[in-house]
Design a protein around this ligand. Structure first.
Ligand code: BG6
Length: 475
């Protein structure tokens, strides 16, 4: 289904997120024929960062040329470019935006729907939302709210109140682009469509779960955002715990938004409070010298923690989450360690290393990602020597289309279609902040780590013992 005609308003249109993901993503949607028949994209920013329509088009062209999947040229680009315009908006002076939106709507015959995307720093959310309320723009429209949603329980509640004073919950799309990743969506299929996996997905068969997202990139000029956020809020609360929700949820009755989100929220409700002693924070050496970072900054650029989902399915199974900047590899991997059968009969022939690598389900949720089941097999020969074997699913082996939409693309499309399934819900977010409270009230100071390493020493072994972080080389 193609969405109805839309005017998409991009707040933060000249910012980092719009440049890297949103503008290239919108162009990719246009190329894929998934934008509405008729649409306009209005960029917006405070007056001090205002640009002309022409400069916004040039900015869009640059961003697609640098970060897009294809070149900004040809008839597809021309149509897209013609749909772009810019209107500045300050809380007290929204007139240029109002004017630009009106012009865009008129050009579509006055019956287009409005979708706002708040790609602005979190402190700016309330003033933009309030402005959308008092100008009347909010009426009959939808709003995508970026992350992190609040910085703790109190601020998330306050933000929800601000939003609900202007928008009905059915109009609100809290975005977490990891939930839009093709390979994350596929976890539902893997878990619930397969007799091979479904019966073992519980505490009787799984010893522990790892959700591991190390990054090689550093700050990339985002100091202003990152200093007030840090790895725990930027990645753990936002993305990794959302992925955990999908790994750990009960089967929903249907895949409609309500049952699907109900089940995820129940996981967050069952999270044990996160004790400071279960978290290792790190800061890469040299972070304090980055432009825009305080010389005595206490912001963590790395966080690894142990979480527990205290419910019938998962009681006693530790979930280890890890993410950080400037680490040795960029990966997005979920590993489920499986309970071993008694291996005594194989003991003389089993190296400890192979034993450790077998008995695992590994889900790489990069793009396009892959899934592997690691098991032990007999090495050909006259003796019963065991070696590591793997069954691997790769998209390209099974489907002609190896790449789906990128996370943001899928979610912007869903928002236009008013489908909230893959968006986070206020009660779920509040449960996550609630569980995070003991850690947030008394966070351990970040320990230094060398850029290009695996983070501070206690996170490498101690935190996860007796298990080990598991990152297979590739699919
Ligand atoms: C963003 C974080 O939400 O996700 C970034 O703010 C992080 O710090 C990014 O690098 C990772 O997402 P992806 O999809 O680019 O790997």
């Amino acid at each position: 289904t193609r969405p109805d005609d839309h005017v998409i308003v991009l707040f933060g249109a000249t910012g980092d997120l719009a440049k890297r993901k949103l503008i290239p993503g919108l162009f990719h949607l246009a190329q894929a024929g998934l934008l509405p028949d008729r649409y306009r994209i209005v960029g917006s920013a405070p007056a001090q960062s205002a640009v002309s329509d022409d400069d916004f088009r040039k900015h869009a062209r640059d961003s697609v040329a640098t970060f897009g999947l294809s070149e900004p040229s040809g008839p597809a680009w021309q149509t897209f470019e013609e749909a772009l315009s810019f209107g500045a908006a300050d809380a007290e002076a929204p007139e240029p935006l109002l004017e630009t939106v009106r012009t865009a709507e008129d050009s579509l015959g006055g019956r287009a729907r409005r979708l706002f995307h708040l790609a602005v720093p979190p402190p700016a959310f309330p003033s933009v939302i309030t402005m959308l309320g008092h100008t009347g723009l909010a009426q009959d429209s939808k709003v995508i709210v970026e992350k992190p949603f609040g910085t703790d329980l109190a601020s998330a509640r306050a933000l929800n109140e601000t939003i609900h004073a202007v928008f009905d919950e059915s109009q609100v799309f809290r975005i977490d682009h990891f939930l839009g990743k093709e390979s994350v969506d596929n976890i539902l299929a893997l878990r619930f469509a397969n007799g091979l996996f479904e019966p073992i997905w519980n505490r009787d068969h799984i010893t522990h779960v790892q959700i591991d997202v190390p990054e090689t990139i550093g700050l990339e000029g985002r100091a202003r955002f990152y200093e007030g956020t840090g790895a725990f809020r930027d990645m753990i609360v936002t993305h990794l715990i959302q992925v955990l929700g999908i790994v750990a949820m009960e089967p929903p009755v249907t895949l409609d938004a309500k049952p699907l989100r109900d089940e995820k929220v129940k996981v967050f409700e069952a999270l044990r409070p996160i004790e400071p002693g279960h978290v290792v924070c790190g800061q890469y050496e040299g972070y304090r010298d980055e432009p825009g970072v305080a010389p005595d900054s206490g912001t963590e650029t790395f966080a690894a923690l142990r979480l527990e989902v205290d419910n019938w399915r998962w009681a006693g199974v530790p979930f280890y989450l890890r993410s950080g900047k400037n680490l040795a590899q960029h990966r997005e991997v979920i590993t489920l360690g499986l309970q071993e059968p008694p291996l005594r009969m194989f003991q003389p022939h089993l190296s400890e290393q192979e034993n450790e690598r077998g008995n695992k389900i590994v889900i790489d949720f990069g793009d396009p990602g892959w899934i592997a089941a690691n098991f032990l097999a007999k090495k050909p020969g006259p003796t019963m020597d065991l070696g590591l074997a793997r069954m691997i699913f790769r998209y390209a082996d099974s489907f002609c289309q190896a790449h789906g939409l990128q996370g943001y693309e899928r979610l912007i499309l869903d928002a236009m279609l008013a489908d909230q399934s893959l968006f986070t819900r206020s009660d779920g977010i509040e449960h996550i902040w609630e569980a995070s409270t003991p850690f947030l009230e008394d966070p351990p100071p970040p320990q230094p780590y060398a850029p290009g390493s695996w983070g501070p020493e206690p996170a490498i072994n101690e935190l996860i013992a007796p298990h080990h972080w598991y990152l297979p080389d590739d699919g």
